[in-house]
Design a protein around this ligand. Structure first.
Ligand SMILES: O=C(O)[C@H](O)COP(=O)(O)O
Length: 249
C-alpha cells in the first residue's frame, strides 16, 4: 500500500449560470445538461485511471453535490461516505451575484473587473440581505450566525476553508486512501494555492476548469509529492482553464 494519500479535486460541471455568464457565488443553481455530461466524464476519467475514491467532501451547493453523485456513480463509488460543509462553498460574490460578467466588465472596466474577479484581497461590494440573490435566512446556513458572508475575496475563502481542510479533509487523507473533493472554481483555487504555495500575486493567473479531475499524491505531512497536481487530461484542462480566464470578454 502506498504511504501517500491521493487527493482528487473536481470542480462542478458547467452550471446554468456558467452557461449564462453570470456571477454565481452562493446562488444555488443547477448543472446544465453539458455540466451533467462533464461530471459523468470526470467519473469515467477516474475509472480509467483506477482512482477509486474512499470518501467524498462537497460544498452545500447542488452543483457540487450533483457533480459528486454523477462522477461517483460513473465509477461505482456512489456508496462511499459523504461529508458536506459550507466551508467548501464557492467564493461569495457579494453584490455581483446574478450580474452578467460581460456587462460588469463593460460597466466597471478591466482593472476593477479583474480586482473583483481575481485579486487576492479585494472583495466585491457586499450583497443586501433583501436581494433576491442573498442567502440570508436560508436553513442550510442557520448555524453560521455572524460568520455568514455577504461578500468574499480569495483571502476570506482561504480563512474559512483551511480550518475544514486541516481537520475534516486531513483526517481522511491517510496513507493509501483516496479523497474526492467536489467543489468550486474559487474554493479549489484556495486549496491549490495552499498545496502549491502559490503567491498572493501569482494566484490571479490560476483558473480551474469544470468537471476535470486534478490529482495530487500527498505525503504524511499532506505536502504534494513529485510534480504536484496533475490533470488526467492535461491538454483539455489547459484549454478549458483558458476559457474560464476569458469569461466576460
Ligand atoms: O461563482 C461564479 O461565478 C463561478 O463559479 C466562478 O466565477 P469566476 O471564475 O468568475 O470566479
Amino acid at each position: 500500500m502506498s504511504e501517500n494519500a491521493t487527493l482528487v479535486l473536481l470542480r462542478h460541471g458547467e452550471s446554468d449560470w456558467n452557461a449564462k455568464n453570470l456571477f454565481t457565488g452562493w446562488v444555488d443553481v443547477d448543472l446544465t445538461e453539458k455540466g451533467r455530461a462533464e461530471a459523468l466524464a470526470g467519473g469515467q476519467q477516474l475509472r480509467e485511471a483506477g482512482l477509486l475514491p474512499d470518501v467524498v467532501h462537497t460544498s452545500l451547493l447542488r452543483r457540487a453535490i450533483t457533480t459528486a453523485h454523477l462522477a461517483l456513480d460513473a465509477v461505482d463509488r456512489h456508496w462511499i461516505p459523504v461529508r458536506r460543509s459550507w466551508r467548501l462553498n464557492e467564493r461569495h460574490y457579494g453584490a455581483l451575484q446574478g450580474k452578467d460578467k460581460k456587462q460588469t466588465l463593460a460597466e466597471f472596466g478591466e482593472e476593477q473587473f479583474m480586482l473583483w474577479r481575481r485579486s487576492f484581497d479585494v472583495p466585491p461590494p457586499p450583497i443586501d440581505d433583501g436581494s433576491e440573490f442573498s442567502q440570508a435566512g436560508l436553513p442550510q446556513y442557520a448555524d453560521l450566525g455572524d460568520e455568514m458572508p455577504r461578500t468574499e475575496c480569495l483571502k476570506d475563502v482561504i480563512a474559512r476553508l483551511l480550518p475544514y481542510w486541516n481537520s475534516d479533509v486531513a483526517a481522511d487523507l491517510t496513507p493509501g486512501r483516496t479523497v474526492l473533493v467536489a467543489a468550486h472554481g474559487n474554493s479549489l483555487r484556495a486549496i491549490v494555492k495552499h498545496l502549491d504555495g502559490i503567491s498572493d500575486d501569482d494566484i490571479a493567473g490560476l483558473n480551474i476548469p469544470t468537471g476535470m479531475p486534478l490529482v495530487y499524491e500527498l505525503d504524511a505531512d499532506l505536502r504534494p509529492t513529485g510534480d504536484g497536481g496533475r490533470y488526467l487530461d492535461p491538454a483539455a484542462a489547459a484549454a478549458a482553464a483558458a476559457a474560464v480566464a476569458n469569461q466576460g470578454r
